[in-house]
Design a protein around this ligand. Structure first.
Ligand SMILES: [Zn+2]
Length: 493
């Protein structure tokens, strides 16, 4: 059996004006998928391992990944797509292809073009009209009518935070093997649930997602049901089909799939009011006051405060200044904290360049933030001291700077990366546990911070990943959509 494999992974936040380009992506070509591409956090790894274990011959194409951000550059996407197609054509010259299994996000948007997955799959489909296609998708995938037409079998992640990527890839590969070996067709039943859910309300360790995912797992042991998935859509994308979806893939048993999808959709809709924040949360100013009190009056340390509306791992710009402005307005409290207030961090390439030119120990005037998100912030001018610099950090080769201003320590990055990584702080010679108050551009805390946090407070700050979805300027999503419209009618058939 010869199976075409590859993948594209980018979560595109359409409220973020940054265009994600070539330098933001890690791209593996051809055989590099088997050498550099086998990370346990990749769904493609599960696909490769499962197919190799079953003795398939793999035809590798391209694997491209980037940190969530604004929509992807059209010219860069075109170059990726050309490579997918050229490698497919070259493989077809050497023999037939029996199936296609791809690891895709499902909410990757291309500037001026829309859904990347639809566009790629349509072109691959034209080269391979009769092959079965299966895909492993992120839980935040947006399902469109074209995707349903182009793909035979779907499997979505069942965990958020996503820790089952490998298993999901292997599952998608197993669907493909079943249809090829039996000669029976895959069918996928679909129900749209007219809802969007903020990321911090849908962790799968908590209700209601825990029970809903259990229902998917139970469905998958029913006879004939191969995969049952809830795809939540991506709340920070203003796209026509954005909503929660149920997908149920069966082998030659479409009625069982339809029944199962309907019952899962009913179960989800009934629980819609139960999606709530698990973390203590307040608006920006109130959250900051609660955090100061926790440190100064209750002597808690370290207290973590999430700047959740500007979370780069949810595709926000990482340079909104709503929280920084509130901190600068409350310097009387910040100045008397027993340790500096640590703020990690800001994506600000020009500021990092200035710090690098000035060098460690230098004092300089610069602006922080407001380069991209000019709606939820502005450039903040400060005279700061460069405390430390780190070159070539992480897979995206970021330059990091640690600067000080009065009793604040602020991390700056030259690249749009996530700040939920304690290695980023250790690269700058600091440890979050040494600080009484750590402000971080994240939603829920990553395990490295959760472990050490005495208290975690979420500020529902303004930014491109605003957790209060009702505050975002949606124009293209199909209405009604809960919670934007608080309809109680079960209209998800
Ligand atoms: Zn996701």
């Amino acid at each position: 059996m010869r199976i075409l494999i590859g993948g594209m992974n980018h979560e595109s936040n359409t409220f973020n004006p940054i265009i994600t380009g070539k330098d933001d992506f890690i791209v593996l070509h051809g055989d590099a998928l088997f050498t550099e591409g086998l990370l346990p956090s990749y769904a493609s790894t599960g696909i490769i391992r499962e197919l190799q274990a079953e003795g398939c011959t793999l035809v590798p194409t391209v694997l491209a990944r980037a940190v969530p951000n604004g929509a992807v550059s059209a010219s860069f996407y075109q170059s990726l797509k050309d490579e997918f197609l050229n490698r497919t054509k070259a493989a077809l010259e050497q023999g037939s292809i029996d199936g296609v299994c791809l690891a895709l996000h499902g909410s990757m948007k291309v500037a001026g073009l829309g859904c990347a997955e639809e566009n790629l799959l349509a072109s691959l489909r034209s080269l391979l009209p009769d092959c079965p296609f299966t895909v492993a998708l992120d839980m935040h995938a947006t399902i469109t009518p074209a995707l349903l037409r182009l793909v035979d079998g779907f499997v979505g992640y069942k965990t958020a935070p996503h820790v089952d990527c490998l298993e999901t890839g292997a599952h998608a590969a197993s669907l493909l093997l079943r249809t090829i070996r039996t000669g029976k067709k895959l069918h996928t039943a679909y129900r749209r649930i007219p809802m969007l859910i903020a990321g911090e309300k849908s962790e799968t360790e908590a209700e209601p997602m825990r029970s809903l995912i259990d229902a998917c797992r139970r469905a998958e042991i029913e006879p004939g049901i191969l995969a049952a998935s809830f795809l939540l859509g991506f709340p920070w994308a203003d796209s026509e089909y954005n909503a929660v979806s149920v997908l149920v893939t069966t082998l030659d048993n479409p009625q069982a799939g339809e029944d199962c999808a309907q019952s899962l959709a009913d179960a989800f809709w009934v629980r819609r009011h139960d999606f709530t924040f698990r973390t203590e949360h307040y608006d920006t100013a109130a959250a900051l006051q609660v955090a100061y009190r926790a440190v100064l009056e209750e002597e808690q340390k370290p207290v973590f405060l999430s700047d959740s509306g500007d979370n780069p791992t949810a595709g926000a710009t990482g340079d909104a200044t709503d929280m920084l402005e509130r901190i600068l307005e409350s310097l009387d409290s910040a100045d008397i904290l027993p340790t500096p207030l640590l703020y990690t961090g800001f994506y600000d390439e020009p500021a990092v360049k200035k710090c690098r030119e000035a060098g460690v120990g230098a004092a300089l005037s610069l602006t922080i933030g407001g380069n991209w998100d000019t709606i939820n912030g502005k450039k903040i001018a400060l005279t700061v001291r460069v405390e430390n610099l780190a070159e070539d950090f992480g897979p995206y080769h970021a330059v990091l700077a640690l600067i000080s201003y009065r009793n604040l320590r602020i991390v700056l990055s030259s690249k749009h990366i996530g700040f939920g990584d304690d290695k980023l702080l250790s690269a700058l010679g600091i440890n979050a546990a040494d600080y009484c108050l750590v402000v971080v551009k994240l939603g829920y805390l990553e395990p490295c911070f959760k472990r050490i946090a005495t208290r975690a407070i979420m500020a529902t700050t303004k930014g491109c990943s605003n957790e209060v979805l009702e505050m975002l300027p949606y124009r293209s999503v199909c209405r009604p959509l809960y919670p934007l419209d608080r309809s109680d009618s079960p209209d998800h058939s």
